[in-house]
Design a protein around this ligand. Structure first.
Ligand SMILES: Nc1ncnc2c1ncn2[C@@H]1O[C@H](COP(=O)(O)OP(=O)(O)OP(=O)(O)O)[C@@H](O)[C@H]1O
Length: 309
C-alpha cells in the first residue's frame, strides 16, 4: 500500500505538489492522472525517495522507502525507462539489479520471458526501441516480486499489442493482490486498466474516485431525438427538471429524461422516432473539463485554414 498524507513539494516559491493525500490499495489498479506538469512524476519520485517532501509524508507498506532494507521486494518502479546504461545487455542490466538483493538468475530469466524480451535478452540496451525499453523497465520493476508496482506512463511508446500486454499484466498483478499504480495523461486508456482514479492538477487533488463513478458521471450528456413531429414531442416531454433544446427542425436534445422514458412517451402518443441516442460525454472530455483550470501549458488554437500566400 502507498499512503500519501498532506504530501507537499516546493521548488523555490513554486508549489508543485500541494497537500496531496491518497491511498493506493492492494488488489486494485490506481490510475494517477493529471495534465502535463501536474506533479505526477514528482509525487512518484518522492514515493521512492528520489526527491524529499517539503511537507507531509508518503509511505510504502507503512514506512518511508528509505527505511526498507530490501526495497525491490516492497515496490517495483518504472520511472524513466531510458535510465539504463546503453552499453549493457538486457540480461546484464537485470543481473546488476538482481545482485543488490540476492535475486537468482532464474528470476531474471523469468521476467525477461514475462516481458517478451527473450529474443533480445543479449542485445545492447542502447539499440532498443522505446517500446523495448519500456518492456525492460517493466521487467526490472517486477524483478523483486514486489507487493507494490508503480509505473510512470507505462504504455508510452508501446504498439497496440504492447498496450494490451501492459493492460493484461497490470490487471493480473492486481488480481494477485498487489497494489498497482500507473500514471497517465490518457483518461480513456486508464479507464480500461484502472479501478480507482486519483486525478491531480497543479499539484492538488481534483478527484479521488472509482472508474465506474467517473464513467457514470461523465454519461450525463442528454438524449438526441429525431422525429418529424418535434414540436409536438417537445410539449409531450416537458416537465420539471427537463430541458429541451433544438439544433434542427426535426431534432431535440433532451436532458432530464432517459431514452427509455422518451421512447415510451413517444409510443404512447403515436409519435414516430427515427433517432433516439443517449449522448455520452467522452471520458477524455470529462477529464479535460475537470482539469481545465489546472492546465499549465495551453496550446494555441490550431488555424486549420490555409492562409493565402
Ligand atoms: N527539479 C525541479 N526543479 C524545479 N521545478 C521542477 C523540478 N522538477 C519538476 N519541476 C516542476 O514541477 C512541476 C511538476 O512536474 P512533474 O514532472 O512532477 O509533472 P508531471 O505531472 O509528471 O508532468 P508530465 O505529465 O509532463 O510528466 C512542473 O511545473 C515542473 O516544471
Amino acid at each position: 500500500m502507498i499512503e500519501a498524507r498532506e504530501l507537499t513539494k516546493r521548488y523555490g516559491d513554486k508549489t508543485v505538489v500541494d497537500r496531496l493525500s491518497f491511498t493506493v490499495e492492494p488488489g486494485e489498479v490506481t490510475g494517477f492522472l493529471g495534465p502535463n506538469g501536474a506533479g505526477k512524476s514528482t509525487t512518484m519520485r518522492m514515493t521512492i525517495g528520489l526527491d524529499s517532501p517539503t511537507g507531509g509524508s508518503v509511505t510504502v507498506n507503512g514506512r518511508s522507502y528509505a527505511r526498507h532494507t530490501a526495497p525491490l521486494h516492497e515496490i517495483g518502479t518504472l520511472l524513466e525507462a531510458k535510465s539504463v546504461h546503453p552499453g549493457r545487455t538486457a540480461v546484464s542490466h537485470l543481473m546488476t539489479l538482481a545482485h543488490t538483493h540476492g535475486i537468482p538468475r532464474r528470476r531474471v530469466d523469468e521476467v525477461i520471458e514475462l516481458a517478451g524480451l527473450g529474443s533480445v535478452a543479449g542485445k545492447r540496451v542502447g539499440a532498443f526501441s522505446l517500446g523495448m525499453g519500456q518492456r525492460l523497465g517493466i521487467a526490472a520493476a517486477l524483478l523483486g516480486d514486489p507487493a507494490i508496482v508503480m509505473l510512470d506512463e507505462p504504455v508510452n511508446g508501446l504498439d497496440p499489442e504492447g498496450v494490451l500486454w501492459v493492460r493484461n499484466l497490470l490487471r493480473g498483478l492486481a488480481e494477485e493482490g498487489r497494489a498497482v499504480m500507473l500514471s497517465s495523461h490518457l483518461m480513456s486508456e486508464t479507464a480500461l486498466i484502472a479501478d480507482h482514479l486519483v486525478i491531480i492538477g497543479r499539484g492538488r487533488l481534483l478527484a479521488d474516485t472509482t472508474v465506474d463513478d467517473f464513467t457514470r458521471e461523465a454519461g450525463g450528456g442528454g438524449v438526441k431525438v429525431a422525429t418529424a413531429e418535434a414540436m409536438r414531442l417537445r410539449s409531450l416531454l416537458a416537465g420539471p427538471d427537463v430541458t429541451i433544446s433544438s439544433s434542427a427542425d426535426d431534432e431535440l436534445l433532451v436532458t432530464g429524461r432517459d431514452a427509455r422514458e422518451i421512447g415510451a412517451i413517444a409510443a404512447q402518443h403515436g409519435v414516430a422516432l427515427y433517432e433516439l441516442t443517449p449522448q455520452s460525454v467522452s471520458l477524455e472530455q470529462a477529464f479535460m473539463e475537470l482539469t481545465r483550470d489546472a492546465v499549465e501549458y495551453h496550446s494555441a488554437p490550431v488555424d486549420t485554414e490555409r492562409k493565402a500566400a
